[in-house]
Design a protein around this ligand. Sequence first.
Ligand SMILES: [Zn+2]
Length: 199
Amino acid sequence: MKVEKNKVVSVNYILRGEENGPVVEQTKDGHLLEFLFGRGMMLPKFEENLENLEEGGKVKFHLTPAEGYGEYHEEMVVNLPIKIFQDKDGNLNEEICKVGNHIPMQDNKGNHLIGKVLQIFDNAVKIDFNHDMAGKDLYFEVEVVSIREASEEEIEHGHVHHDGHCCHGEGGCHKHDGEEHHCHKHDGEEEHHCCHHHE
Ligand SMILES: [Zn+2]
């Protein structure tokens, strides 16, 4: 089986910020990175370099900032009203909203964004929506560990289901039906929406 669209691919990877430099990120302790190939989950250039590899295949490649997580944009550092992070009684969720934390959010176009909390003021929170790797070169070493057929449901959803469960994104686990957890924007709500403070 080859790495191609709608296959579930599991990889080990090492990411460095410069050639042969220190490791920035890597899969560890047998926790592979698993994703549905060709569905926009990963950087397009990352996928391009993996396409058609077979199990056990290895590849080493470099992505420019433009091919990676984009340039660093000062204007993506914004002050958001603190009420976004407060419950209806005005209490700040300090577990979520603390300096250095990465918060999954969504903008008014439905784009998922990760915001890093830089500073907390009385009425506002300074958030950096730049990716941590924005403006950086990416040096990847990737090994394809396994490839499998995706289920119809996975193909329909556009993402991998671990052990048959539908798990969405960054730390949150959400259901499509029944809406046990809900992390998505409702019409008319804040432009940016904290994914965590729903009960
Ligand atoms: Zn799903």
